[in-house]
Write a protein that binds this ligand. Structure first.
Ligand code: GLU
Length: 500
């Protein structure tokens, strides 16, 4: 690519960023970084009715959390700012007028009520009302009215919109990097509104003008914008501007059934669909996902590397990414697979880093413990964890003396002679001068052999009294960690509480 790649993520701040929007941002980021280009954030806030306070900050925080910050955008001014369309409002009118002068657009004065009336009439006949070549001369606009009439209406301050004049009888050949060639008959296009007399451009005009002024080379966005591509291509032609290349990403589909993944799917299935929490919806971050895992699973939603590799760092994604490997068809969202990615990423984290997060959780549970000891526990249990929060379930007994013992296991393991055997084990442990895992293990094993006991008579009940249930890593590792005194105490506690 000879010219510098410049891409943009252009969300409307109408609410939190859905996971699909985050993926669009990620693909833009990967593409930009792969080609040594720039990744811009542009806030498309021309529709003030849909503006939601806090949404812009949310979007920026989400990108930062994922480690995919923008190079230019609000607060990171480059040479083509400002990056909020509401702050660019003054520049769009001239472009709309330019199109009128070139014969590509016209003023339309039809009132909302008149248009609604036409719509209803068509509906009653089972038809759809389209404002375009076939009826525009019968409607109230600068193509059907005299020049004087138009000037008079404008002078009187009458409300108007500026509509695009879609050409008749043409076949547009559009190109999409992912979908290839798409042919569109211009006769089906309607004359979209580009500008309103309140001075606000619509999405279509602002989007094209800004992509041009911001020197965007590639527009990478969701499939839902594919129907706008014909109009956008025509706008570039109308302005005599070189169009960027387009790539429309496949939808993210529900885990089961048909259709696009929605917030409701997350609520029903108990999984997040937002990167960060928003009101009562829990985000990936707050649910305990690592940003690396989220980036990893999002990248593989709709893109495939062409190999069996599944775990990718951001650097590796940048290296491997290409738009040509993005699928055309929708990508099914799989919450279990997302968890798997988190589990994989957790295994790759250092015990020290995990211990720091676990320490927070321990604090909330009222447990204080030295960092190095927490790290040791993490090393022993992390293999089975998907989230840091799992550490508590997997290993609370390292920190807290069990006060009850799993009923089922008690029924199975607690025999008549168990208390007597465990008494002896307690005495044995008490006599060990070096309370180290390997030493504990050999000594206990030797003792079992000496006593001509079976392993099953000693080890499972011992685990039960130490842990409270039949789980956990190597028992002698647990004993070493909790120490001699605590080990003996736990044996005695259980003997006192369980049937003799
Ligand atoms: N503002 C549009 C959106 O909310 C941008 C679409 C585009 O990328 O052109 O998704």
């Amino acid at each position: 690519m000879s010219e510098k790649v410049r891409v943009r993520f252009a969300p409307s701040p109408t609410g939190p960023l859905h996971i699909g929007g985050l993926r669009t941002a990620l693909f833009n980021y990967l593409f930009a970084k792969k080609h040594g280009g720039d990744f811009l954030l542009r806030i498309e806030d021309t529709d003030q009715n849909r503006y939601v306070p806090g949404a812009e900050d949310y979007i920026i925080n989400a990108l930062n959390w994922c480690g995919i910050p923008f190079d230019e955008g609000p607060g990171k001014e480059g040479s083509v700012g400002p990056y909020r369309q509401s702050e660019r409002k003054a520049l769009y009118r001239d472009y709309a007028l330019k199109l009128i002068n070139k014969g590509w657009a016209y003023y339309a004065f039809d009132s909302a009520e008149t248009l609604e009336h036409h719509r209803k009439e068509h509906e009653a006949e089972g038809k759809t009302f389209i404002y375009n070549w076939h009826n525009r001369l019968k409607l109230t606009n600068s193509l059907s009215l005299s020049e004087d009439e138009v000037s008079a209406r404008l002078k009187a301050g009458e409300d108007y919109v500026i509509r695009f004049k879609s050409p008749k009888d043409e076949t547009l050949v559009l190109n999409d990097i992912i979908r290839g060639e798409i042919k569109i008959d211009t006769n089906i296009l309607d004359d979209k509104v580009l500008f309103k007399s309140d001075g606000m451009p619509t999405y279509h005009l602002a989007n094209i003008v800004d992509d041009h002024l911001m020197q965007i080379t590639h527009v990478i966005r969701g499939e839902e914008w594919l129907p706008s591509l014909a109009l956008h291509q025509l706008l570039y032609t109308a302005f005599d501007w070189q169009a960027p290349q387009f790539a429309h990403l496949p939808l993210i589909m529900k885990p089961v059934g048909k259709g696009k993944l929605s917030k409701r799917d997350g609520e029903k299935g108990g999984f997040p669909v937002f990167p960060l929490s928003w009101n009562e919806s829990v985000g990936y971050k707050e649910a305990g996902f690592f940003p690396e895992a989220v980036v990893n699973f999002l990248a593989l939603l709709g893109w495939n590397p062409g190999t069996e590799q599944e775990i990718f760092t951001l650097e590796e994604l940048i290296h491997s990414f290409s738009l040509e490997r993005v699928n055309k068809s929708g990508a099914r969202f799989d919450p279990d697979k997302n968890n798997w990615y988190n589990q994989q990423w957790l295994q790759r984290k250092s015990d020290g880093e995990l211990a720091r997060s676990f320490q927070q959780l321990l604090k909330e549970k009222g447990v204080t413990c030295e960092a190095s000891r927490i790290e040791k526990v993490v090393g022993l249990i992390k293999e089975r964890a998907t989230f840091v929060a799992d550490f508590w379930d997997l290993g609370s007994y390292f920190f807290v003396t069990p006060t009850n013992w799993d009923d089922k296991s008690v029924k199975k393991q607690w025999k008549e002679d168990t208390p007597k055997i465990l008494e002896k084990v307690a005495a044995l442990l008490e006599n060990l001068s070096d309370f180290q895992s390997e030493i504990i293990e050999t000594q206990v094993k030797e003792w079992i052999a000496d006593q001509e006991l079976s392993f099953g008579k000693v080890m499972p009940p011992l685990r039960l009294v130490i842990v409270g249930e039949m789980k956990g890593p190597h028992l002698s590792d647990i004993l070493e960690f909790i120490g001699k005194e605590e080990s003996v105490k736990r044996i005695h506690n259980a003997i006192a509480a369980l049937p003799n």
